[in-house]
Each structure stands twice: as structure tokens, then as C-alpha cells.
Design a protein around this ligand. Structure first.
Ligand code: PGA
Length: 250
């Protein structure tokens, strides 16, 4: 697997809809063997979605949208990485909606990453400019802010166990897509920053209003290995089209 497409369902879909789209997404995976196809259902549907897929394709996986920074204890409403273990391969961390509505940022992100890594779950660390106003030139502030989120990591090399998902706030759920030129510049910068910190190549993902019409425009941008898809992942037809469009050329 060299590439990944992740569907973030957010707080959408009832149980029957979630199971149906999980099954359809697993079928999509069988048609795009060069991709890993991942869906992130709401917490109560994780087990049902998993169990509804009788023959799990090797390139299909389930992600959690959320995890607690704490190991266990009196944290009503939270779910620990240990509880997710065995249920999900991946977990989103630092999504802009968690930052906005649950004030998760800074140290909380590092603690969540540490809990996930300790339990063998791959963190998908989301970040990006938090301003709603689209800037014409991206700012190095995005990696300075990301560094603040990561100050609690023991070692920069922990990042090699994570995926990094760049999602500019102004592009999430707005239909305003970042231009390929803008995105290419961000990922060039991100790649340099990552190599500087770790000496390695990172696994980078783009997200924000990705749909079946624009997915192909991200396919050939250097360093982008994945897409994080919100709205377009809620329908099997559009999610399948995004996956097919993002397949690498052979
Ligand atoms: P969107 O959401 O594709 O609906 O913009 C992306 C995300 O929030 O991860």
C-alpha cells in the first residue's frame, strides 16, 4: 500500500446507513488494490461496521475519529486508546472540529498521540491554518503551530509512526478547494520541515473539500500520499469515485 484514502464520516449516518456504507467502502477497496481505503464511523458504530464486513479486504481499515489523552479512569464520555485497540487501525487526532468545539490543541494532541502509539494504533495528526480567510501564500506558521502540538512527544522520530494530514480550515466543508499550486508549495515546505526534524520521509495527506471532481488534481502532487475526505465519503458513489481518481498511474 503506497497510498490511502480516509473517509471521515463525522457525526453523520444512523446505524443502518453506517453499516451499508462501510460494506460498500470495503467493496470499493477490492477495486483499488493500490490504495488503502479507510472509514471513520462514529464511536457507537465501530463494532457494527467491523462485524458487518464478512471478508475484510487486506487494504481496508477502520479509524476512530477520537481518543482520550488519558489512559483510563473517571473521564465521562471519553474513550481510551486501549479500548480502541483491536477495533481500529487508525485514529484521527487534532481535527479542526475537535480543536474548535473541544479546545483540543497543544499538549492534548501529544498525549493522544502517545496513548495511540502505546496501543499500536496509527495517529492521523490533522493540522493546518485555522483562519477562515484564504491566504494567497501559505505561511510557515503551519509547521510552527504543529510543533506546539508535538512538544509532548519524547522524540521527533515518534512522527515516523504517524500520518500527517494538512487541512486548511477554510477548505473544510466549505467547497473552497486549495489550488494545486498552493497545495504543492505547502507540501514542499512540509517535506523539508519533516526531513529537517526526523531525517526521514513523512507520510502526508491532504484534506478539505475533496470530491470526485477534484481528487485527481491531488494525485500527482509531490509528497501527497493520501486524502482525508469528509462530505464526499458519505455516499458510496462519490467515495468510490474519489478513490479511483486518486489511484497512482501504472
Ligand atoms: P470535507 O471534510 O471533505 O467535508 O471538507 C474534510 C475533513 O473535515 O476531514
Amino acid at each position: 500500500m503506497s497510498r490511502i484514502v480516509i473517509g471521515n464520516w463525522k457525526m453523520n449516518l444512523n446505524l443502518a446507513e453506517a453499516v451499508a456504507i462501510a460494506q460498500a467502502s470495503a467493496k470499493i477497496a477490492t477495486t483499488v488494490p493500490s490504495l488503502e481505503v479507510v472509514v471513520a464511523p462514529s464511536l457507537p458504530w465501530l463494532t457494527s461496521c467491523r462485524e458487518a464486513i464478512r471478508f475484510m479486504p487486506p487494504n481496508f481499515a477502520i479509524a476512530s475519529q477520537v481518543v482520550s489523552r488519558e489512559k483510563e479512569g473517571a473521564y465521562t464520555g471519553d474513550v481510551s486508546a486501549n479500548q480502541l485497540k483491536g477495533l481500529t487501525k487508525y485514529c484521527l487526532v487534532g481535527h479542526s472540529e475537535r480543536r474548535r468545539f473541544h479546545h483540543e490543541s497543544g499538549a492534548a494532541i501529544s498525549y493522544q498521540i502517545k496513548q495511540l502509539l502505546a496501543n499500536g494504533i496509527i495517529p492521523i495528526v490533522c493540522f493546518g491554518e485555522m483562519s477562515q480567510s484564504q491566504s494567497k501564500t501559505f505561511s510557515h506558521q503551519i509547521t510552527l503551530d504543529l510543533e506546539k502540538d508535538l512538544t509532548g512527544l519524547d522524540n521527533w522520530h515518534d512522527l515516523n509512526e504517524c500520518f500527517l494530514a494538512y487541512e486548511p480550515l477554510w477548505a473544510i466543508g466549505t467547497g473552497k478547494v486549495a489550488t494545486p499550486d498552493y497545495v504543492a508549495k505547502v507540501f514542499e515546505h512540509l517535506n523539508r520541515w519533516y526531513q529537517d526534524k526526523t531525517g526521514d520521509m513523512g507520510f502526508f495527506i491532504y484534506g478539505g473539500s475533496v470530491n470526485e471532481d477534484n481528487a485527481a488534481s491531488f494525485r500527482d502532487i509531490s509528497h501527497i500520499k493520501g486524502l482525508l475526505v469528509g462530505g464526499a465519503s458519505l455516499h458510496a458513489r462519490s467515495f468510490g469515485a474519489v478513490c479511483r481518481a486518486f489511484q497512482p498511474h501504472v
